[in-house]
Write a protein that binds this ligand. Structure first.
Ligand SMILES: *Cc1c(COP(=O)(O)O)cnc(C)c1O
Length: 467
């Protein structure tokens, strides 16, 4: 363990200077590791040392300040340390009786989270692996509630033969909403899809029309923070439309939900109306900068949350009185005590620290957009309302067919690849309005102005190598 801690210190100390993307790929790392499993076991120090040195070139500096791919936070120090203790303590966070410590820390962290995210104090929180599972957990609670109201016991009788449930999603719903719908038995292809505007926001008037055309149990999935543009669905309008119809409103806010923790009223306004929903899914491993894995499934009505998740067996000693059994709120039974890291991240940052983290990342996204916009042939595609920037780059005028959309697509792809290869920063690509774009996501607590300037310089070198 001492050796592992030394390696951890070395890694953290070198994070800012190391190549951001991996130095090698899957096949190479595999070949370094792949030998027949030994018969007798090996010395733990040797196992750890050889593992660390074999995987080293395959590591990605996702925890560092210049990783702008996907939406990936780093880890604040207290959270990394608490998470290490969670491994050492090896608590089973299923029951209050399997670990009063794990259950109690989740209970406190839940209260802090609801307060910080300005959600109803009476809501329940499940500590799941990520927003994918949070979306699933919330939709399972929704499924329970809308069908119970229709007189159907979905936990006992399943979906087959029951009343049809209308599921309404935005055109720009995250891919994990569709997988969550699949896991929940609704299928991913039967949803009513509401069109989105140019920023990727669900159109509330179209939602109203869609809701007017359906009868019976209905679930609406809205989004706070589009994974590409950062845009928010008009949540207040959507909440009015869904409550008028008696539908369940779920909000996927993997990172966007954290806008509510900002002290900047403009940022908070993006979340206006979110508190009127019935469930919310978010991540702690993205913007809170807790280590992987850490997602949060939040349900306004704890009884629906529990009804969908509860596992009963005679040997499982139930919580009593004010105690809380964590597994009543998650699909998992036995699991990691990930509440320790969430608690530590929240306390390490404090209310002001979380707000500053959100605001800093948003300001850095604006800085990136503003610098890039000045360069010849660069277009910023989205309104930068949060931490996400979408960029397209056009080849020089002299180049063959430089003006065509296909040429811009090809050049944008090439620039992404060159930036990744150079290693100063890392960003990925996406399709936006059916065209190629590069995505810049600023979600790390250590990112500074200088890191943004280094990213911009890397993009511009890749864009105009001879300039
Ligand atoms: C990242 C993301 C998810 C999925 O979260 P995981 O933590 O990868 O499970 C869901 N919705 C949105 C909007 C996201 O950005």
């Amino acid at each position: 363990m001492r050796r592992a801690w030394n390696l951890s210190e070395e890694f953290i100390a070198g994070l800012n200077a190391r190549r951001v993307g991996p130095a090698t790929g899957f096949a190479d790392v595999r070949s370094r590791l792949a030998k027949p499993l030994n018969d007798e076991g090996e010395d733990p120090t040797r196992v750890v040392e050889e593992l660390a040195s074999a995987v080293e070139p395959g590591l990605v500096a996702t925890a560092g300040p210049r990783y702008f791919g996907f939406v990936i936070g780093g880890s604040v120090p207290a959270a990394v340390a608490a998470d290490q203790l969670a491994s050492v303590w090896d608590q089973n966070a299923a029951l209050a009786r399997s670990s009063p410590a794990a259950a109690a820390v989740e209970s406190v962290a839940s209260e802090w989270l609801l307060d910080l995210l300005r959600l109803p104090k009476t809501a329940s929180v499940g500590f799941v692996t990520g927003c994918q599972m949070a979306n699933f957990t919330c939709l399972a609670a929704a499924r329970h509630a809308v069908l119970a109201r229709a007189g159907w016991d979905v936990e006992k009788d399943g979906l087959q033969g029951g009343p049809r449930v209308n599921v309404v999603v935005g055109e720009e719903a995250h891919a994990t909403i569709h997988s969550a719908l699949r896991y929940a038995g609704f299928g991913s292809g039967r949803s009513i899809v509401v069109p989105a505007d140019a920023q990727g926001r669900m159109k509330a008037d179209e939602l109203r029309k869609a809701l007017a055309s359906v009868v019976g149990p209905t679930i609406v999935c809205a989004q706070a923070g589009n994974v590409n543009s950062g845009a928010f669905d008009p949540l207040d309008d959507i909440a009015s439309a869904t409550s008028a119809r008696g539908a369940w409103l779920h909000v996927d806010g993997a990172f966007g939900l954290w806008a509510a923790a900002s002290e900047n009223p403009e940022r908070r306004a993006l979340m206006r109306g979110a508190e009127r929903a019935q469930s919310w899914a978010t991540d702690a491993h993205k913007w809170l900068n807790a280590p992987y894995d850490s997602g949060l499934a939040i349900v306004a009505t704890p009884e629906d949350h529990r009804a969908a998740m509860i596992t009963a067996a005679s040997y499982l000693i139930r919580a009593e009185g004010a105690e809380r059994d964590p597994h009543d709120y998650t699909p998992e039974s036995s699991r990691r005590a990930r509440g320790f890291a969430v608690y530590a991240a929240l306390r390490n940052l404090g209310r002001r620290g979380v707000s500053d983290l959100v605001e800093r990342c948003c300001a850095l996204a604006v800085r990136a957009a503003d610098s890039l916009r000045l360069a010849d042939g660069v277009a910023v595609l989205n309104d930068v309302v949060l931490n996400q920037v979408l960029v397209r780059v056009a080849p020089s005028r002299g180049e063959h067919a430089s003006g065509s959309s296909d040429a811009v697509d090809a050049h944008t792809r090439a620039v992404i690849e060159r930036v990744q290869r150079e290693g100063v920063a890392w960003l990925g690509g996406t399709r936006w309005h059916d065209r190629e774009a590069m995505r810049i996501s600023v979600s790390n607590w250590t990112t500074t102005d200088a890191d943004i300037d280094a990213l911009v310089a890397s993009i511009l070198r890749a864009h105009r190598p001879n300039a």
